[in-house]
Design a protein around this ligand. Structure first.
Ligand code: PHE
Length: 490
């Protein structure tokens, strides 16, 4: 029993000034590790014993040394293999293990002689008998002198190993009986006075303490804060995005998206049934939007259809944060005079998608908007390079694309080193005059904008292949607890 062993050790120590764990193991005929374990548990009981590290050298047979113990020294094996009339050297080499070293040692000892007078070299005994002192030495090497051990070490028959052990002595609280120590000073112990007789466990000030139950940021939030930092570094102001429910007017019409556009279908958009519609729109602006859709203006011929307020009133879950950008740009021009601005937002959008490993019905959109005089496609491209460089992405490609509200429009691709291929990461463009001018923007002001999802870079960053492992009921909370800080290499 473990406890028995602990008490045996205490008894042993009671009769010894100092004791080494290896000696105790020998004395008790016990495994050394078990003795060490028992000493450790004694050590944790305050001041019972003192413990100090020790190491000892120990001689041990090598595998070759073991062979000698079992079969005789190499030179004796050679000697013993030689018959009355000698044997050819070639045969000795074949039949005796370690014959080469054995022959040369036997020759040096004068046990054998080599006869080269015949065709084949012969080996003969030179003395009638031998004593194999090497085998005798190795059979009980504890008593041979150190220099002999050194010689056997050179011949690789013995080796010296270092064994770690501990020396123990009686501590200030030494006793051969283990008194159970109290871990807590309880109210009971105080009231009945028992504390006076009790022994208390010393405090362990080195204990690490248990891990705190604290909150953990979801990886999406970590990546979002990195994106936010980048925008702030570039002088962008964050837009308020706290309106998931939006009217079709701001989500589509203000963005010059025609009312019969497929994206406005219930297949792509979640419409709200309660409240189903919005009615509070800036009238003057709404008229201009209606005008540009149905009849055109600002150099555009419009779509030439019958624009209906009922369609614009329908409430929905915003399908993109560009609805927020539209509201902000409208608000900007309501201040009367144009001033260059940089806006950004990172928040949730909703699309009635077929769900699969990379698509959910909601995701986060990262959106950047810059309004200034005479901006060009070059400004957009330059800004995108600068933005993505801060994410550690330096290789970009652009592909012409179509959005109802931007012209020209470009899909953004980046080279993904890990995947070794180009992947689409975003969409961008210059907002159309049909969107900006009804808001009151001067003709020489352009607005460049881009959008991307937050989920995609997060999945790449954290090596997550299925979006359901990142968002939704299947998320492993341990993943959220354990995932590392997000640092985008800049
Ligand atoms: N709103 C676009 C989308 O949903 C992204 C975008 C933003 C494109 C701004 C151009 C300009 O993908």
């Amino acid at each position: 029993m473990a406890n028995e062993l602990v008490e045996q050790i205490l008894d042993y120590l009671a009769n010894h000034e100092e004791a080494n764990s290896l000696d105790i193991a020998d004395a008790f005929n016990q495994d050394h590790q078990k003795i060490i374990g028992a000493i450790k548990s004694l050590e944790s009981i305050g001041d019972m014993i003192t413990v100090e590290q020790a190491s000892r050298k120990k001689w041990e047979l090598t595998a070759e040394g073991q062979h000698v113990v079992e079969h005789g020294s190499h030179e004796a094996a050679v000697y013993n293999a030689i018959p009355e009339n000698g044997i050819s050297q070639a045969d000795i080499m074949k039949s005796v293990p370690y014959a080469k070293i054995g022959s040369s040692k036997a020759l040096a000892a004068g046990w054998i002689k080599i006869d080269k007078s015949k065709n084949s070299v012969m080996v003969r005994k030179a003395v009638p008998s031998i004593v194999d002192s090497i085998q005798n030495h190795l059979k009980d090497f504890s008593n041979i002198p150190d220099n002999a051990k050194g010689d056997y070490k050179k011949r690789k028959l013995l080796q010296e190993i270092i064994i770690k052990s501990v020396n123990i002595r009686k501590g200030s609280n030494f006793s051969t009986k283990i008194v159970k120590q109290e871990a807590d000073l309880t109210a009971d112990l105080l009231v009945n006075g028992a504390w006076k007789e009790k022994k208390f466990k010393p405090y362990n000030f080195d204990a690490l303490g248990s891990a705190l139950e604290v909150g953990h940021l979801h990886p999406l939030l970590k990546v979002r804060s990195e994106f936010r930092k980048i925008f702030l570094e570039m002088g962008f102001i964050e837009m308020a995005t706290n309106n998931y429910v939006e009217s079709s007017f701001w989500n589509f019409d203000a963005l010059f998206q025609p009312q019969q556009h497929p994206a406005r279908d219930a297949h792509d958009t979640f419409f709200i049934s309660e409240p189903r519609t919005s009615s509070n729109f800036p009238n003057e602006y709404l008229e201009k939007v209606k005008q540009v859709h149905s009849k055109g203006g600002y150099g555009s011929q419009g779509y030439g259809y019958d624009w209906k307020i009922e369609e614009a009133q329908k409430n929905l879950l915003r399908t993109h944060t560009t609805a927020v950008s539209a509201r902000m740009l409208y608000k900007l021009m309501q201040q009367g005079e144009f001033k260059p601005v940089r806006y950004f937002s990172i928040d949730r959008v909703f699309r009635n998608e077929t769900l699969d490993a990379t698509h959910l019905a909601e995701f986060h959109q990262v959106e950047g908007v810059v309004a200034d005089y005479n901006l060009t496609l070059g400004d957009l491209i330059g800004t995108l390079y600068e933005f993505f460089k801060k994410l550690g992405i330096t290789q970009l490609e652009f592909k012409p694309a179509y959005n109802p509200y931007t012209e020209p429009s470009m899909e953004i691709f980046c080279f993904h080193n890990g995947l070794g291929k180009w992947i689409e990461i975003g969409n961008s463009g210059l907002f159309r005059p049909e969107m900006l001018q009804p808001m009151g923007f001067p003709e020489n002001v352009n607005v460049i904008a881009w959008g991307l999802s937050l989920e995609r870079p997060t999945m790449i960053k954290y090596g997550i292949n299925n979006i359901r492992d990142l968002v939704g009921p299947k998320v492993d909370l341990q993943m959220v607890y354990d995932n590392p800080l997000c640092r985008l290499q800049k």
